[in-house]
Design a binder for this molecule. Structure first.
Ligand SMILES: [Zn+2]
Length: 391
């Protein structure tokens, strides 16, 4: 986040959400209860941590006299929440996001292509390949993340970023709280390359992947909620480190090969300055990528329990829905009726809850998936038929 300083000084830069992780759950391991993190790639985890941070600020804006330093009510216009003037958000990735952005000359991606089906409700999942495809790959394609021995249903990070840049980083439910979707001003990606031409080629690929493939959605009257096209920068490690010696500098360390994929994922949100942090859970959390749940002792489920509450991640859909309900209640009707929410939460499915309370997000997304030639028409459909009656 950057925030203009009150005086004439440089803007204040602050990290507000962070994620690490390299894995996602295969189809059979996904939870049907919204309690697991299905996709633990760092970009996805960081966005979910941002959602948690936004919900905390929404609460702060509605409950304290001083309000939130980030969000405020958009009065008298929409009467919903908006970012304060001078606040902007920026996206940083220490590696090129998987999928289309990785496809430029002499490079390839580990994500698997999703084939056209002609029907937006059904996606033909290509046969599982045990190894990363060899040879140059086609660009402008939607891809799913590779799994180990079993297909995943998660789309590549390039595809997800393309979606966030059109519909906002806030996700569906939070759209109903906000006057405007959450847009980012810049996207910065670190490349292991040093050569200017390589960095330029990587930037061109990233721009194509993040918004070049989807430019037709960003027309007047189109389904997209966002209008901003972010500035994309691809920088070398040396540029990030500011010439630091030995691959270290500014607290950032880039390993030199030999890395193995971690089985854990860390999420962190800048909640440390909230006096009632306990309300929002711990500031950082470690989840196991193999289960999508918090690291820690897993007790056996008691009869009637469908999941273990103690290992539900704070950034899971279930917890987001609970926090959303709190904000809905604090909003005193301006974001929707909390009784209606409870009825839908108990009845399910979750997708109906999102459609009702998520502002225009649900319809815009549906239109984007139905648009002719849209890469989003290849999006793999996931069932969201769970209830959140555990609220
Ligand atoms: Zn990824």
């Amino acid at each position: 986040m950057s925030k203009n300083s009150d005086g004439n000084g440089p803007p204040l830069l602050q990290v507000v959400a962070l994620g690490t992780g390299t894995k996602c759950l295969s189809e059979s391991k996904r939870s049907g209860h919204g309690d697991a993190i299905n996709d633990s790639h760092a970009e996805v985890v960081a966005r979910r941590a941002l959602v948690r941070w936004l919900l905390a600020h929404a609460r702060l804006a509605l409950t304290t006299e001083a309000g939130s330093p980030v969000l405020m009510l958009d009065k008298p216009q929409s009467n919903k929440l908006k970012l304060r003037a001078g606040v902007s958000l920026h996206f940083f990735a220490s590696e090129m996001p998987c999928g289309d952005a990785c496809v430029c000359e002499e490079s390839r991606t580990g994500a698997k292509e999703v084939e056209a089906s002609g029907n937006d409700a059904v996606v033909v999942v290509p046969p599982l390949q045990s190894k990363v495809d060899s040879g140059p790959q086609a660009t402008h394609r939607a891809r799913r993340k590779p799994g180990r021995g079993e297909p995943t249903l998660s789309m590549s990070c390039s595809d997800k970023i393309a979606k966030w840049l059109l519909l906002g980083f806030q996700g569906c439910l939070l759209t109903g709280l906000l006057a405007h979707p959450i847009e980012v001003e810049t996207v910065t990606i670190v490349s292991p390359r040093e050569d200017e031409r390589d960095l330029d080629a990587a930037r061109t690929a990233a721009e194509r992947a993040f918004f070049g493939r989807t430019s037709s959605h960003r027309v007047a009257g189109g389904p997209a909620l966002c209008t901003r096209v972010p500035q994309v920068r691809v920088v070398s490690r040396r540029q990030v480190l500011g010439g630091g010696e030995g691959g270290r500098g500014g607290g950032i360390f880039f390993g030199q090969g030999g890395r193995s994929k971690s089985g854990v994922s860390v999420n962190w949100s800048a909640l440390h300055y909230f006096s009632d942090t306990a309300t929002f859970g711990e500031v950082h959390e470690v989840t196991l990528s193999a289960s999508g749940r918090r690291a820690g002792a897993v007790k056996r489920l008691r009869s009637g329990e469908v999941f273990n509450e103690k290992v539900v991640s704070t950034i899971s859909r279930l917890r987001v829905a609970r926090s959303f309900r709190q904000v809905l209640e604090l909003g005193g009707g301006r974001f929707g009726n909390v009784e209606d929410f409870d009825v839908l939460a108990a009845r399910g499915p979750y997708s109906e809850l999102k459609r009702t309370f998520g502002g225009g997000y649900h319809d815009a997304w549906r239109q984007m998936r139905r648009a002719e030639g849209s890469i989003f028409s290849f999006w793999i459909t996931k069932e969201e038929d769970f209830t959140v009656s555990q609220l």
